[in-house]
Design a protein around this ligand. Structure first.
Ligand code: CMP
Length: 327
């Protein structure tokens, strides 16, 4: 009797063990599915990058061969790489179209842009302008919205529906609401890198290349003008020729540091040159780890640091000021 009870008990234990294993297997399978999904997503992103690397490289070669103006800005060409004959005056007069939309649609477009690797670094003001300019487009089931190899003229955000992306006949992915597509041909000035077909009826928002380019260039040119003015206000740079200042303005990037934050640490490898546009920084040097750092000087607006001579010095934002740096 005792033996039978023992056997029943052992059986129960085994059943429980099996149940736990099944639960673990389910959990692991779910994790595996999620990882597969992530791999697929990353693979798609990689494919997208790969499909624009070649055209971008070709463009760089064209530039160095002089097919584009020598002084064309290089940094901002990473996005919207088209040569332009416009200047700020031309662009400031361009009136962009405005299409009213619901707050939900505005949010959807904004979030779609922020979710897109190639567009998420746009400034919020640019995203706002894109949102305003987008107009509604609808396609029925089984329509071809974008054909691989074509010259592209529109960037889309999907509001509703589902599309399939294929390249050379191979399915890359499907996309649902809240996704941007058709951005690569416009951003990188290349032909369409894939085909996009509808799987159901879809509602889209679209912006044309010209509006898109205007938004991109206008912000770039406004910033360039601002940076030129700033550089001209710095005594050290005032006497530099206009074209050198312009090249400097091309590569300037604005960086903000909190009060008390270190900008350069003594001993760290320095590869950045800073010009202070607002605020103050303290320069200190640590002669020995056991001693307090020695205060050397305070730098302010128009001062610069980060060139070789300053390597090995330590800088931190002073207690009194919030600093704003152009590098
Ligand atoms: P574009 O090249 O202008 O037109 C086809 C679009 O398909 C492309 O922009 C991207 O938006 C999208 N696309 C291209 N390759 C991929 C990919 N590997 N995964 C997801 N979307 C892609």
């Amino acid at each position: 009797m005792g033996t039978l009870r023992d056997l029943q008990y052992a059986l129960q234990e085994k059943i429980e063990e099996l149940r736990q294993r099944d639960a673990l297997i389910d959990e692991l399978e779910l994790e595996l599915d999620q990882k597969d999904e992530l791999i697929q997503k990353l693979q798609n992103e990689l494919d997208k990058y790969r499909s624009v690397i070649r055209p971008a490289t070709q463009q760089a070669q064209q530039q160095s061969a002089g097919t584009l103006q020598g002084e064309q800005r290089t940094k901002r060409q990473a996005i919207s790489a088209e040569p332009t004959a416009f200047d700020i005056q031309d662009l400031s007069h361009v009136t962009l179209p405005f299409y009213p939309k619901s707050p939900q649609s505005k949010e959807l477009i904004k979030e779609a842009i922020l979710d897109n690797d190639f567009m998420k670094n746009l400034e919020l003001s640019q995203i706002q302008e894109i949102v305003d300019c987008m107009y509604p487009v609808e396609y029925g089931k089984d329509s071809c919205i974008i054909k691989e190899g074509d010259v592209g003229s529109l960037v889309y955000v999907m509001e509703d529906g589902k599309v399939e992306v294929t390249k050379e006949g191979v399915k890359l992915c499907t996309m649902g609401p809240g996704k941007v597509f058709g951005e690569l041909a416009i951003l990188y000035n290349c032909t369409r890198t894939a085909t996009v077909k509808t799987l159901v009826n879809v509602k889209l928002w679209a912006i044309d290349r010209q509006c898109f380019q205007t938004i991109m260039m206008r912000t770039g040119l406004i910033k360039h003008t601002e940076y030129m003015e700033f550089l001209k206000s710095v005594p050290t740079f005032q006497s530099l020729p206009e074209e050198i200042l312009s090249k400097l303005a091309d590569v300037l990037e604005e960086t903000h540091y909190e009060n008390g934050e270190y900008i350069i640490r003594q001993g760290a490898r320095g590869d950045t040159f800073f010009i202070i546009s607002k605020g103050k920084v303290n320069v200190t040097r640590e002669d020995s780890p056991s001693e307090d750092p020695v205060f050397l000087r305070t730098l302010g607006k128009g001062d610069w640091f980060g060139e070789k001579a300053l390597q090995g010095w330590e800088l931190y934002a002073s207690d009194l000021f919030y600093i704003n740096i152009f590098l």
